[in-house]
Design a protein around this ligand. Structure first.
Ligand code: AMP
Length: 283
């Protein structure tokens, strides 16, 4: 496994790979890897000749007062995990390498897709995501890029950007990997103390129960949202950011459930703001 810290370095490898007519699967991450990240790596390994993983805690997607400085980091451990998955290249640029002092260019997907859900409480977040992902796509030039459904809105925004800007890259969305009690794996789970960790399962539990409720015939978004909110509020210190029910493709609000819908939640449990979601096919 080759570790590259500069754009020139990884680009030189990419050139050689392309010349040999080999396909590249790319997994962008912010590091502090867990089995959720590794599920993306495994899929990329299956579908491509060469796998490139990036580790970059991207400052432009963090807002003021968010956890950029304290975001968990352990590069040595990450490298061990990636090596065990037989990853070919890890791209680990510095902030200066990605954003030099004169940096001025941003990629922004406009409209509701970036304004609602996480976009409403994290202003500028998706602009940071689409900017860094565009840069990484231009540097790594992958055939396929792998993203987790855990960040369902991020996948929708990236898919839109890829269509609008004509990136010749297939976006592969991978299922959410969960702990045994249902909690979606996240690097930010490391902020939870043991009581919070136990209570954090309320997010997925509420989503699974809501899915059952829909399967049993519930159709009104308002009623289902209230059910989820009441459930989450059984953890008295949980602070709900949002509970939304939207069309799974367009992320537009739905009132009466129909077709493929996405139920998405963001809740502060102690220090971290945790997100989770579930897709439901309504017949
Ligand atoms: P991050 O390092 O948090 O930016 O995540 C990097 C990629 O891993 C993103 O595409 C995430 O959606 C994905 N990911 C994070 N957690 C999970 C999970 N529990 N299951 C599946 N994918 C995940």
């Amino acid at each position: 496994m080759k570790i590259c810290n500069t754009i020139d370095e990884i680009r030189n490898h990419v050139k050689i790979i392309k010349k040999a007519d080999k396909s590249i699967g790319f997994v962008p991450t912010m590091g502090y890897l867990h089995d959720g990240h590794l599920s993306l790596v495994k899929k990329a390994k299956e579908e491509n000749d060469i796998v490139v993983v990036s580790i970059f805690v991207n400052p432009t997607q963090f807002g003021a007062g968010e956890d950029l400085e304290s975001y968990p980091r352990d590069l040595d451990r990450d490298f061990q995990l990636l090596k065990s998955q037989r990853v070919d290249f890890v791209f680990v640029p510095s902030v200066d390498e990605m954003y030099n002092k004169a940096y001025k260019t941003y990629v922004d997907v406009e409209g509701q897709i970036t304004k609602k859900l996480c976009g409403s409480s994290r202003k500028g977040h998706f602009r940071g995501v689409t900017t860094v992902v565009s840069k990484l796509f231009n540097i790594v030039a992958p055939n396929r890029a792998y993203f987790g459904q855990k960040d369902a809105q991020q996948v929708a925004v990236i898919e839109k950007m890829v269509r609008d800007l004509n990136f010749d890259i297939d976006i592969i969305s991978c299922p959410i990997v969960r702990e045994e009690d249902g909690l979606a794996l996240s690097s930010r789970n490391s902020y939870l103390n043991s009581k919070e960790r136990e209570d954090a399962a309320i997010l997925s539990k509420s989503l699974f129960l809501a899915k059952k409720m829909i399967e049993n015939g519930a159709k009104e978004a308002k009623e289902i949202k209230k059910f989820i909110i009441d459930n989450i509020n059984t953890v008295d210190y949980a602070k709900i950011d949002y509970v939304e029910i939207v069309d799974a493709k367009t992320l537009e609000d739905v009132n009466t459930l129909q077709g493929d819908i996405l139920i998405a939640v963001a809740v502060k449990i102690g220090k971290p703001r945790l997100i989770d979601n579930i897709k439901v096919e309504v017949k």
